[in-house]
Ligand binder design. Structure first.
Ligand code: SAM
Length: 238
């Protein structure tokens, strides 16, 4: 039976699918109306509400982990760009961050974001711009050792210019990858959001040198009309 992050059964809750139509309103732009309409009718948005996740992004990491199995009990995880905390919510039970799974190793989750994050039991949050000078040293200090997973969903707010957004996200992804190279345990996993758009070739080359397998995945929860995809690099060579 499906369970939310609060441990309650969620099957059977909120199953009705009523399409919500949003009327245009004075002062609201057509693009905002379209966004609102899509948001109100998005099954993942509804599922996140029903299952108690802070956002639909939770289902992306869930689907990636169901396929690649990196969030295992005992894993030490760094979550970059973690606000509002959906990925962390998924990671807590999977890595046994609260030590509730008897006989299984207890994991650890370190979340970092520009924005403040409401606390989640089992997660240590730090507010930080990961692109500022010395940010990776701060994360290494907080971590105080190795990590098994470095995952990044960092995304700068859209500039409206596709190529600029693409370059920005690649820069965020590269910064996350360099942290991963420094802190990952041999065999560790790196997961990062990227945008399909051409400039990611260098990054892929770099990852292929440092990991045994590099996969590019578009999980079902990632909107089909977005150029977002995820790179999952497993088997860090150390
Ligand atoms: C798509 S959201 C992440 C959603 C998150 N994975 C979840 O499940 O709730 C992207 C996040 O990246 C963060 N971000 C963007 N640039 C950043 C930076 N330079 N340093 C830290 N966080 C950053 C944003 O503040 C935003 O919260």
């Amino acid at each position: 039976m499906a369970k939310g992050p609060d441990g309650k059964n969620t099957s059977g809750r909120g199953q009705r699918d009523l399409t919500v139509k949003v009327k245009t309103a004075r002062g609201r732009r057509a693009s905002s109306t379209r966004w609102l309409q899509r948001q109100l009718n998005d099954p993942y948005v509804k599922r996140a509400q029903v299952e108690g996740y802070r956002g639909r992004a939770a289902f992306k990491i869930m689907e990636l982990d169901d396929k690649f199995r990196f969030l295992v009990p005992g894993a030490r995880v760094v979550d970059l760009g973690c606000a509002p905390g959906g990925w962390c919510q998924v990671a807590v039970p999977r890595v046994n961050a609260l030590g509730q799974k008897a006989g299984k190793a207890q994991g650890r989750i370190l979340g970092v974001d520009l924005q403040e994050v409401e606390p989640i039991a089992g997660v240590e949050f730090h507010q930080l711009d990961f692109m500022e000078d010395g940010a990776d040293d701060k994360v290494k200090d907080w971590l105080g050792g190795k990590a098994d997973v470095v995952m990044s969903d960092m995304a700068a707010s859209s500039s409206g210019h596709k190529q600029t957004d693409h370059l920005r996200i690649i820069a965020l992804c590269e910064a996350a990858a360099y942290l991963a190279f420094d802190v990952l345990e041999e065999g560790g996993t790196f997961v990062s959001k990227v945008l399909a758009g051409g400039a990611e070739g260098e990054l892929q080359k770099l990852l292929k040198q440092r990991f045994t397998k590099v996969a590019n995945v578009k999980p079902p929860a990632s909107r089909s009309d977005s150029s977002e995809k995820f790179v999952v690099a497993t088997g860090f060579r150390g």
